[in-house]
Write a protein that binds this ligand. Structure first.
Ligand code: ATP
Ligand code: MG
Length: 569
């Protein structure tokens, strides 16, 4: 049974240390689990995964990987109304994309419905569970509050035989939804409200995506989760801090079943990821998608893993991010720029350089012959000469970025302006000699002369220094491409804090679609291939819409953190 779960994680990633790894090290020292390490990632298939889930995925699979253990992917599918196969598929897809493999360890809580039912009867036999006749409102009323203890239900001491009979009839479908529930019999005076006889089964006459109409009673999360962990022989059950108060219940259930289940896993809580400028609750993500405030679950502006993937984030960048933010017990906020920096770091290293002109302005070189063209050579990566160079054809009419020209330059502006000189990257030094305007006074083209002795890579190139160095494309050889300029979805770093409506801080400029010019090499980009467009940012060929006849690129991230500093392109 125990074979190593395969991952394609880079071997060089040094294992970070954190309090959970310290616990495991100590368990291995004392032999608590005989050296076994088994974790699980337990999503509910009721939505798409988001970047917060990536923290839990990297933690669980990362620990299994580093300790020669196993990590299970388990769908916690006990809420049939909200769950769907589409979500199961997207979750599997996102976990694989991040680089993790559960091997044969794919499970569903619904696989355990029979066992869970048997255990519930067992608890009834032991006097540890009873059928409740109070309504949901009455149960709430009897439960008490943080300052007021709960009250015993009049049905708490129902005879065992009667409990069994009613529970079996609940299962047989004799009662409507809500008529009865099964409760654990713990302690209505407990200071921990979770221990005040929590509901463990409810009646729901609904179709389940895996078990069909076999069941009309469904177990509750707290009851299901610990038993699923135990049946799968999980050693360390890692979850987020909001479950800390549920741990006594986790332990109580397993203590009652000590003779029935193979082991008693240890629940350990860690702080969830909170990321600025985004929302991560599934309810809000669903709302954004259903109300068409974004373009679907994989909208590149969303924090879903499908979204960040389409945006151009790489699994490597996300794993780096999770490693960098670390694991602790203290709740905190991580700034979006930390995530963006991880992507810059990854792509700076791994993305080939290309040229694209996003806001074109025509530049005509008056002293360059009409029908001539010549090859210039641009390195594919400035620090990796082994990646080689590619040809950029040079000719009389070029495109440059509109922002690289100013008719009346401000102080410190070193790019083109009337009379000024710049280097056209990988080519020649040019001097602006005149401007062509239309009848509205808009600049339509600028005219330059070039100095033939200054070609990059030739002996004379270094003879003259100029401060500006701008990119360009030959108009004749450039191709049109659709470029989608994405920015943060929210203008507020905490869009859903307090009682704010997060929908009021949607960033109206979070998506702009433009037609840009790109070099020929980009027409052959594979979907999902990443590039640095020199001086413009990191871009990815859209994984759905990229076609060589009509290339489509998404801006993943700008070159520097320019949020709130300068207007973006
Ligand atoms: P909801 O958004 O409805 O609260 P959820 O995000 O908790 O749902 P689950 O499917 O239950 O959804 O999550 C699966 C696992 O991912 C859980 O173990 C949960 O603790 C973990 N997880 C969820 N959100 C985060 C987060 N922001 N940071 C770290 N782990 C998270
Ligand atoms: Mg949850």
């Amino acid at each position: 049974m125990k074979e190593k779960s395969e991952t394609n994680l880079p071997a060089e990633s040094a294992a970070p240390t954190n309090f959970i790894r310290n616990i495991i090290d100590e368990d291995n020292r004392t032999g608590k689990w005989n050296g076994r390490v088994e974790t699980r990632f337990p999503p509910e298939p009721n939505g798409y995964l988001h970047i917060g889930h990536a923290k839990s995925i990297c933690l669980n699979f990362g620990i299994a990987h580093d300790y020669d253990g196993i990590c299970h992917l388990r769908f916690d599918d006990t809420n049939p109304e909200k769950e769907a196969q589409e979500y199961v598929d997207s979750i599997c897809d996102s976990v694989s994309w991040l680089g993790f493999d559960w091997g044969q360890h794919l499970y569903y809580s619904s696989d355990y419905f029979d066992r869970l039912y048997e255990f519930a009867e067992y608890l009834i036999h032991q006097g540890k569970a009873y059928v409740e006749s109070l309504s949901a409102d009455e149960i709430r009323e009897f439960r008490g509050t943080l300052t007021r203890p709960g009250q015993n239900s009049p049905f708490r001491d129902r005879p065992i035989a009667e409990n069994l009979d009613l529970f079996r009839r609940m299962k047989a479908g004799e009662f409507p939804d809500g008529r009865y529930v099964l409760r654990a019999r713990i302690d209505m005076a407990s200071p921990n409200i979770n221990m005040r006889d929590p509901v463990i089964y409810r009646i729901r006459h609904v179709h389940h995506q895996r078990t069909g109409n076999r069941w009309c009673i469904y177990p509750m999360y707290d009851y299901t989760h610990c038993i699923s962990d135990a049946l799968e022989k999980i050693t360390h059950s890692l979850c987020t801090l909001e479950f800390e108060d549920h741990r006594p219940l986790y332990d109580w259930v397993l203590d009652q079943l000590v003779d029935q289940v193979p082991c008693h896993p240890q629940q350990i809580e860690f702080a969830r990821l909170n990321l600025t400028y985004t929302v991560m609750s599934k309810r809000k993500l669903i709302e954004l998608v259903e109300n068409k405030l974004v373009d679907g679950w994989d909208d590149p502006r969303l924090s879903t893993l499908a979204g960040v993937r389409r945006r151009g984030f790489t699994p490597r960048a996300i794993r780096l991010f999770v490693e960098r933010i670390g694991i602790s017990k203290a709740d905190s906020w991580i700034d979006m720029s930390v995530l963006e920096d991880c992507l810059r770091e990854d792509l700076n290293e791994h993305a080939p350089r290309r040229i694209a002109v996003l806001k074109p302005l025509k530049l005509i070189i008056d002293n360059y012959p009409e029908n001539r063209h010549e090859d210039c050579f641009a390195p594919n990566h400035p620090q990796k000469p082994e990646w080689g160079k590619r040809i950029l054809p040079f000719s009389r009419t070029l495109y440059i970025e509109r922002d690289d020209f100013m008719e009346t330059p401000v102080k410190g502006y070193f790019r083109l302006s009337p009379g000024a000189e710049v280097r056209l990257r990988y080519a020649f030094i040019v001097k602006c000699v005149s401007i062509e305007k239309n009848s509205h006074g808009d600049i339509e083209a600028i005219h330059c002369t070039y100095d033939p002795d200054t070609k990059s890579g030739t002996a004379g190139a270094e003879s003259r220094k100029v401060k500006g160095n701008i990119h360009w494309l030959s108009a004749q050889y450039a191709h049109e491409a659709e470029v989608r300029l994405y920015d943060r979805l929210f203008t507020d770093p905490y869009p859903d804090s307090g009682d704010k409506d997060y929908k009021t801080s949607l960033n109206p400029d979070s998506k702009k679609i433009i037609t840009a010019y790109v070099e020929a090499a980009l027409c052959g980009a594979e979907p999902e291939q990443s590039f640095q467009f020199e001086r413009n940012g990191y871009f990815v060929a859209d994984r759905i819409d990229m076609k060589s006849e009509k290339p489509v690129f998404n801006r993943a991230v700008t070159l520097r953190d320019s949020w709130g500093k300068v207007a973006s392109a």
